[in-house]
Design a protein around this ligand. Structure first.
Ligand SMILES: NC(=O)c1ccc[n+]([C@@H]2O[C@H](COP(=O)([O-])OP(=O)(O)OC[C@H]3O[C@@H](n4cnc5c(N)ncnc54)[C@H](O)[C@@H]3O)[C@@H](O)[C@H]2O)c1
Length: 352
């Protein structure tokens, strides 16, 4: 098989990035689109020349032509659709987070084992070209042993509302929505150490601040000012068995002067800052030096990273390479996220 036939489930905002990337990959052909919202699915199918349109994902999975799917639905359906797809003999690219709970994650992992099909978790930040560059430096020992990482993604005003603000459908707020990206990225760059304990805090102090005037922010299509059951902000300290630690803080809203993003990893031979552009700090001949890699995209190139992610998925489905984001990595990150929520709820450190 040289060309994979693709079905996409959940034709909302992020699906466009998947579909554009499949369209640009000669080894893939988009043949089916499904969304609960039929007109949305119809519009996507028309734009991307997909002959089949569905409103029930089970009908899409029953199409024997489809080899591989992308799941771009709300988080509460990721596990159910992943398991059904694997059972139907399809490969799966599941958007982050893998699902909402550890129980669900273990069920998805069991389905991967049972069916022998591939499940790649949509950790798109791993596929940014500046991360591939940094990974080469790390794998060659230039940072030495990474013992500390620090990630912060804070929005001053940016609770998208809609399903993002509905804990039932999302599983939580900024921690599970944007924290998942940076916790995963740091954990991946640190060499995926085994987690030892987690201590976290979540805050519901400011709400969605729908009262704020004269300041625009992204709103989900089903934004409803009266619905918000998720945290405003979260922070955590994650300890690993090898002694390394990761500090994280994320917010949908905060009385901060501006939005901010920083993702840093520190080793005993060098450190790297990833936001806004990749730079490395180290020491040579008793002198501290900063290295600024001269690369085409030193920052996070959103669509470029999606293209790399989809290319990686296609080649993994075809058996050309092994995915770098297997189901096990989905399970580990869900364990960490759930433990942060549990620690915040109980006021105690969670030990694994
Ligand atoms: N990797 C990234 O950078 C990134 C960015 C944004 C969103 N996401 C993830 O992508 C997913 C979708 O987010 P979005 O921003 O596109 O949301 P969205 O609300 O814009 O789109 C979701 C779509 O899924 C459809 N849907 C929901 N449940 C369905 C079901 N059971 N069957 C069929 N269709 C269903 C909805 O009708 C909607 O059209 C989420 O899991 C989110 O965490 C990832």
């Amino acid at each position: 098989m040289s060309q994979l036939k693709i079905g996409l489930i959940g034709n909302g905002s992020i699906s466009e990035s998947h579909l554009l990337a499949y369209q640009s990959n000669p080894k893939a052909q988009i043949i089916a689109i499904c969304d609960l919202n039929e007109s949305r699915a119809q519009a996507g199918a028309k734009k991307f020349n997909a002959p089949h349109v569905y409103t029930d994902y089970r009908d899409l999975l029953a199409n024997p032509e489809i080899d591989a799917i992308s799941i771009c639905t709300w988080n509460n359906s990721h596990a159910e659709i992943s398991i059904a797809a694997l059972e139907a003999g399809k490969h799966v690219l599941c958007e982050k987070p893998l699902c909402k709970t550890v129980d669900e994650a273990l069920q998805v992992e069991a389905a991967v084992r049972r069916t022998g099909k591939l499940l790649q978790v949509g950790y798109v930040r791993r596929h940014a070209s500046n991360i591939s560059v940094l990974k080469k430096f790390i794998d060659n020992g230039d940072l030495g042993e990474i013992y500390f990482a620090k990630a912060s993604l804070t929005r001053r005003l940016g609770n998208p509302g809609g399903w993002f603000a509905d804990k039932e459908r999302s599983g939580g707020g900024p921690l599970i929505d944007i924290g998942v990206h940076v916790i995963d990225l740091c954990w991946y760059l640190m060499g995926k150490p085994k987690v030892k304990s987690v201590s976290g805090n979540t805050y519901n102090k400011l709400g969605n601040r729908s009262n704020v005037e004269n300041y625009d922010f992204y709103k989900a299509s089903d934004f409803d000012a009266s619905l918000n059951t998720v945290e405003d902000m979260a922070n955590a300290m994650i300890r690993f068995e090898n002694g390394a630690s990761l500090m994280v803080d994320v917010s949908f809203t905060l009385h901060a002067k501006q939005d901010s993003a920083s993702i840093n990893v520190y080793g005993d031979k060098g450190g790297a800052e990833i936001e806004p552009t990749l730079s490395i700090a180290t020491e040579k001949h008793n002198t501290i030096i900063n290295i600024e890699p001269q690369i085409t995209t030193p920052g996070f190139d959103f669509q470029g990273a999606f293209q790399n992610e989809i290319n990686h998925y296609i080649d993994s489905c075809l058996g050309i390479i092994e995915t770098n984001s297997p189901v096990e990595d989905g399970v580990e990150i869900i364990k960490i996220l759930n433990a942060i929520y549990e620690s915040a709820a109980t006021g105690r450190e969670i030990h694994f």
